[in-house]
Ligand binder design. Structure first.
Ligand SMILES: NC(=O)C1=CN([C@@H]2O[C@H](COP(=O)(O)OP(=O)(O)OC[C@H]3O[C@@H](n4cnc5c(N)ncnc54)[C@H](OP(=O)(O)O)[C@@H]3O)[C@@H](O)[C@H]2O)C=CC1
Ligand SMILES: CC1=C(/C=C/C(C)=C/C=C/C(C)=C/C=O)C(C)(C)CCC1
Length: 336
C-alpha cells in the first residue's frame, strides 16, 4: 500500500513538473513568435471590450506592441487606468518601441467607459466613438462574465446572456457603419468550447423559469458563435470580416464567481498554473484573427490555437442564428 501511494505521488509530482517545464518552453516560443510583427498594426485602431483584465489585457499588450491605437472599452475606469499604466510600464521595460508616429513605434492606449450590462452605456459609448474616432479597423468582443449568481442587467436581461451576447450585439451593430467605412476591417468574437453545452431556449432567454449558471454561460457562448455566423452572412461583400474563437482554458479572473474552499485554493492555483494557459498564450488566437494577413478575407469561421476548427451542427444552424438575430434586435431596441 505504502509503495503504491508513494508511486502515485511521484507520478503526480512528475506530471506537474513536466507540464510546468512544457509551459515555460511554450511561453518562450509564443513570445518569440509574437516578436516578428512589430509595426504590423501601425496606423490601425482596435477596440477591445474588457481590456483591463485577463485575455483582453494580454490582447491589448500585444496589439499595442505591434503599433495599434488600442481603445480599452472598460466598465471600471480605475481598473482600466491601473491596467493601462501596467501595460505602458511593461512595454517600456520590454525595451519595446516607444509610442510614436514612426512605422515601428508602439501604439497608444485610450480608455473609454463601456458597461455591457447597460444598453444606455453601450449607446453612449458608441455615440462617443462615432464622434471621436475617424476609423475602426478591428473590434474585439472579448468581455465576459462566467457563472455568476442569478442577476439581471439594467435592462432586465439575465446577466451572462446580457453581457456576453446582447451588449456586444448592440455594440457591434452601432459600430458597423464605422467598420464599413474603415474596410478592410475585422470583428473578432471571443467564445468558448463550453458553447457545446448550450442551447438557445427562445421561450426563456432570460432564465426566469429556471437558472442554471453553467448552461447560461454556455448559452451565451453559443449565441456568440451564432451571432458571428449570421453577421458574416450579412456582411458579405462589405470587406468587413467576422470570426469567432475559443482561447482554451486560461488563468484569468473569470473564475471569480467559482467558490473554492480556502483550504484547497492553493492546490487549485497550482493546478491552474500547471494546466491552464497564461493570458499571453490564451490571447494568441485573438491577436492572430485581429492582425494576421493569413486570414484577410476569411469570415464566419471558428478558430482555436490559430487554426480553423469544426463546429457542432447546432452552432451552424442558420435558421436559429437568424431567429436569434431578430429577437436580439427587439431586445436591444434596434428599430428596423
Ligand atoms: N479564462 C478562460 O479560461 C476562458 C475565457 N473565455 C472568454 O474570454 C473572455 C475574457 O475573459 P477572461 O479574460 O478569461 O476573464 P476576466 O474576468 O479576466 O476578464 C473579463 C473582462 O470582461 C470585463 N467585463 C465583465 N463584465 C463586463 C461588463 N458588464 N461590461 C464591460 N466589461 C465587462 C471585465 O471587467 P472587470 O474587470 O471590471 O470585471 C474584464 O475586463 C470572456 O468572453 C470569456 O468568456 C473563454 C474560454 C475560456
Ligand atoms: C485560474 C483559477 C481558477 C479559474 C478557473 C477558470 C477561469 C475557469 C474557466 C473556464 C472556462 C471559462 C472555460 C471555458 O469557457 C479557479 C478554478 C477559480 C481556481 C483558482 C485558479
Amino acid at each position: 500500500m505504502a509503495v503504491a501511494t508513494v508511486a502515485a505521488l511521484l507520478a503526480a509530482l512528475g506530471g506537474t513538473l513536466w507540464l510546468a517545464a512544457r509551459r515555460f518552453v511554450g511561453a518562450g516560443v509564443q513570445r518569440l513568435h509574437g516578436g516578428g510583427n512589430a509595426g504590423l498594426m501601425h496606423g490601425k485602431t482596435v477596440l477591445i471590450t474588457g481590456a483591463n483584465s485577463g485575455l483582453g489585457r494580454a490582447t491589448a499588450a500585444e496589439l499595442l506592441r505591434m503599433g495599434a491605437r488600442v481603445i480599452m472599452g472598460c466598465r471600471d475606469r480605475a481598473r482600466a487606468e491601473e491596467a493601462a499604466g501596467q501595460l505602458r510600464r511593461d512595454l517600456r521595460q520590454a525595451g519595446g518601441p516607444e509610442p510614436g508616429p514612426d512605422a515601428c513605434g508602439a501604439g497608444e492606449l485610450v480608455i473609454k467607459e463601456l458597461d455591457l450590462a447597460s444598453l444606455r452605456s453601450v449607446r453612449a459609448f458608441c455615440q462617443e466613438m462615432l464622434q471621436e474616432e475617424p476609423r475602426l479597423d478591428v473590434l474585439i468582443n472579448n468581455a465576459g462574465i462566467f457563472q455568476c449568481p442569478y442577476t439581471k442587467t439594467e435592462d432586465g436581461f439575465e446577466m451572462q446572456f446580457g453581457v456576453n451576447h446582447l451588449g456586444h450585439f448592440l455594440l457591434t451593430n452601432l459600430l458597423l457603419g464605422l467598420l464599413k467605412s474603415s474596410a478592410p476591417s475585422r470583428v473578432v468574437v471571443v467564445s468558448s468550447k463550453l458553447y457545446k453545452y448550450g442551447d438557445i431556449n427562445f421561450e426563456d432567454l432570460n432564465s426566469e423559469q429556471s437558472y442554471n449558471k453553467s448552461f447560461c454561460y454556455s448559452r451565451s457562448k453559443l449565441a456568440n458563435i451564432l451571432f458571428t455566423r449570421e453577421l458574416a452572412r450579412r456582411l458579405e461583400g462589405t470587406n468587413v470580416t467576422v470570426n469567432v474563437l475559443h482561447p482554451g482554458i486560461v488563468r484569468t479572473n473569470l473564475g471569480r464567481h467559482i467558490h473554492i474552499p480556502l483550504l484547497v485554493k492553493p492546490l487549485f492555483n497550482l493546478l491552474s498554473w500547471a494546466f491552464f494557459k497564461s493570458p499571453v498564450e490564451g490571447a494568441q488566437t485573438s491577436v492572430y484573427l485581429a492582425s494576421s494577413p493569413e486570414v484577410e478575407g476569411v469570415s464566419g469561421k471558428y478558430f482555436g490555437d490559430c487554426k480553423e476548427e469544426e463546429l457542432l451542427p447546432k452552432a451552424m444552424d442558420e435558421s436559429v442564428a437568424r431567429k436569434l438575430w431578430d429577437i436580439s434586435e427587439v431586445m436591444v431596441g434596434i428599430l428596423k
